[in-house]
Design a binder for this molecule. Structure first.
Ligand code: UD1
Length: 431
């Protein structure tokens, strides 16, 4: 039976929560295990639907995935991946449809098997999200591509070769896909206008530990010298900066004081300085981030940009706190063309928001009021949780499978620090 999330607003937060490993680092790291046969131990994988789906995808390729250890605190896992038995080169529609990041197997499969057949992801709730830049890069590296029956078929008979690739737009998974394709290609690959996200650095450093030769990680030009062979390795997933940012905003909405254990503030500089501008108190130390709220927050303007700019994956969440801030806030989305689906839902809670082109103009109201709302995508659902924590009365959120894709144990984490949040079976509407 479908479940809904119920949140009784108005309870402030106190205590500490562990920030889990980053979803967007775990998925490319799992894909990288396709590059060399053998056993890998991938530590600190978050307990998420997307990680389960990716493991299932690896299993359909013939690979064995076993859980080595489960962390009591948040269900995170150390996964043992044995890629000796890699036997298929096809990522089927049923899996790619539920998780676009499945496309990350394309580069490593072509690199290690010389061929891949991967379902095209299609559009999604937040925009068209093409993968043309991934495909152009692979073609430049000598792969022959064929689009057939909704699948992209890629072949590189004599292996891939190094190439000069310049992206029109910095793409995160595109940079990761081509970096994985290039590590064993013949000669040097240069990726210009590459994305600089920390999750790409996490993947790149793992590839280096496997024997790859990569320079320029974390900058907009990445140089990759192809090597003949890689070897398996152990690797640890970095903390999730988007989950950490989401909990900072939860404090901003609910009030109180929260310590985010293991959050890495160095990956969140733009977000932290923006939140400090609102009046939220944030203190940093080597073991995490402490956040306190005193009084009503001030409105700030926000524009999403590729890293190190303000992340699009926190745009919906900051809008939820701007909904009750003092003054007018202009939030501009520059990465995805349709990432304002949370606006209609926030308005159901009493927010005063107008959309003008790529900007949302948020006029802070005194308080929001609980109501039934619907999650439309992963980060939109987090913004509804945040809004509900600060709202008067009860909010119910449906379609929470979106939330489970990217937030591990969110209701346990929040209730352990004082929030009133729980899951219920959805009652049939016909009754
Ligand atoms: C990744 C993240 C996602 C985040 C996004 C932007 C993962 C698994 N997902 O998604 O959470 O919201 O980065 O930070 O890491 N584009 C093209 N052609 C392409 C590829 C991208 O036009 O071939 C465009 C997209 O439509 C978008 C922009 O480039 O407008 C950036 O997208 P991209 O960085 O590729 O996002 P993802 O890697 O899909």
């Amino acid at each position: 039976m479908e479940q809904i999330l119920v949140i009784e607003g108005g309870y402030s937060l106190k205590g500490s929560v562990r920030i889990s490993g980053a979803k967007n680092a775990a998925l490319p790291v799992l894909a990288a295990t396709l590059l060399s046969p053998g056993k890998y131990l991938i530590k600190n994988c978050p307990e998420l639907l997307d990680v389960k789906t990716f493991s299932k995808l690896l299993e359909t390729l013939g690979i064995t995935v076993t859980i080595e250890k489960v962390y009591d605190e948040d269900g995170s896992m150390d996964l043992c991946i044995d890629t000796d038995s890699l036997s298929s080169f096809e990522a089927p529609y049923e899996l790619v449809r539920t998780m676009r990041a499945s496309v990350l197997v394309l580069g490593p499969l072509v690199a290690s098997l010389g061929k891949a057949r991967v379902s095209l992801p299609g559009g999604c709730a937040i925009g068209a999200r093409p993968i043309d830049l991934h495909l152009k890069g692979l073609e430049l590296m000598g792969a022959k591509l064929n689009l057939k029956e909704g699948y992209v078929e890629a072949k590189a008979k004599g292996g891939l070769k190094g190439a000069e690739i310049a992206f029109d737009i910095p793409t995160v998974t595109g940079t990761e896909n081509l970096m994985m394709a290039a590590v064993t290609a013949k000669g040097e690959t240069v990726i210009r206008n590459a994305a600089r996200e920390p999750e790409i650095v996490c993947l790149g450093e793992m590839l280096c530990k496997m024997g790859a030769k990569i320079k320029g990680l974390g900058t907009d030009t990445i140089y990759i010298k192809g090597v003949k062979k890689l070897k398996p390795t152990d690797w640890e997933i970095i903390p999730d900066r988007i989950e950490a940012g989401t909990y900072l905003m939860a404090v901003a909405a609910a009030g109180g004081e929260l310590f985010l254990k293991e959050a890495d503030a160095s990956l969140l500089e733009t977000v932290i300085s923006k939140l400090r501008e609102t009046g939220l108190k944030i203190e940093l130390d080597h073991s995490g981030i402490l956040c306190k709220k005193k009084g009503r927050l001030n409105a700030v303007d926000v524009k999403t940009l590729p890293y190190p700019g303000f992340p699009t994956d926190l745009q919906a969440q900051i809008m939820a706190i701007m909904a009750t801030a003092k003054g007018l806030s202009v939030i501009t989305e520059t990465i995805f063309e349709n990432r304002f689906q949370h606006v209609a839902e926030l308005k159901r809670l009493g927010a005063d928001i107008k959309i003008e082109g790529r900007s949302a103009i948020v006029n802070g109201v005194r308080h929001l009021t609980g109501a039934p709302v619907m999650a439309t995508d992963l980060r939109a659902s987090a913004s509804l949780v945040i809004a509900a924590l600060g709202a008067k009365g009860k909010t119910t959120i449906s379609q929470i499978y979106h939330l489970d894709r990217g937030y591990s144990r969110i209701e346990q984490k929040l209730s352990s620090v004082g929030a009133k949040i729980w899951r219920e079976d959805k009652k049939s509407e016909n009754k």
